[in-house]
Ligand binder design. Sequence first.
Ligand code: NAP
Length: 316
Amino acid sequence: MVQGVYFRQEVLRQPASSDNIMILLTGATGFIGGLVLKELSKKNVRIRCLVRKTVDSKNPNISYVTGDVLDPESLVKATQGVDTVYYFIHMMGKQKEQEKFDILDRRAITSMVKACKINGVKRIIHLTGMSDPREKLSHHLASRKEVEEIIRSSGINYTIFRASVIIGRGGAAFEILDTAVRRVPIIPVFNWANTRVQPIFIGDVIRYLVECLDKKETLNKCYDIGCSEVFTYEELMREYARELGYNRIFIHIPGSWHWLSSLVLGKMSSVNSNVVYWLIESLGNNMVCEANDLKKIFGFEPISFGESISLIIENN
Ligand SMILES: NC(=O)c1ccc[n+]([C@@H]2O[C@H](COP(=O)([O-])OP(=O)(O)OC[C@H]3O[C@@H](n4cnc5c(N)ncnc54)[C@H](OP(=O)(O)O)[C@@H]3O)[C@@H](O)[C@H]2O)c1
């Protein structure tokens, strides 16, 4: 009987195509990479994390290798024996070379692609920012687009997800939204008030990033990901204030004044002030999803903005 039950479970378990593969995870100390690591560690895969400072691991399936995406040699070492690279890097927070973050991001991904080719890496999985190709893009979004294009034209298989505001504690855009709504009773809205955005809950982002490992249909595809609702930035702030039970007054001010709002929010929020500056500069770009077949492939749809906020409030 016991043997029968055991046998049945063995037969039912579908071997995943990712079973026992070696993954190189970049950005493991960051918002997205940290959560992807947590989920990947539940799967039957070996994970090597590329980090700038040494970390000890107690999990035999997780190892850490020190390196830097700006050091090509360390990337060649890190990608040895690797099947799939998760690429979760951006350089917007760098203090001294702030204006050149796009140059650094270009250098980093170019070196990563080279290293992947040297070591025969089969796939790169990447999360980037959503943008509308018909618009003039902000510095941040233009740089994100360039990184995406370098991956797409590398000749290596890829899966790329593009998100707008990710709703989750620790996410830069969410922390800025949270600071503005919680701490500013009279909220000035500038010329980005009517820019449209389609947010997504962090749990759904991580599901796409981890589950795509076993979904061959996602090879060489790019997907915009978001919940089913589209908001203007003003509506997003009003809705968040409502969910929190805060009464907020919104005043419209012409112009962008992004340097001023980023100065204030950079001081008030936990987010690196350079990152705040470049994200606020991006508020003029619409971030609305192109239609896709993700529901058919993954069997779920992202939860609504209201549900995301309720989950965050519950877990606070
Ligand atoms: N957060 C969002 O709301 C959001 C929305 C849309 C798209 N995305 C995309 O998601 C990806 C990851 O973003 P994130 O929010 O997780 O960023 P994050 O929290 O700032 O993490 C960035 C990671 O990059 C690492 N890194 C930076 N420079 C490095 C270098 N020279 N060598 C090695 N590692 C380096 C950092 O490591 P250290 O700890 O050593 O600094 C950190 O682990 C990005 O491609 C971003 O465009 C994020």
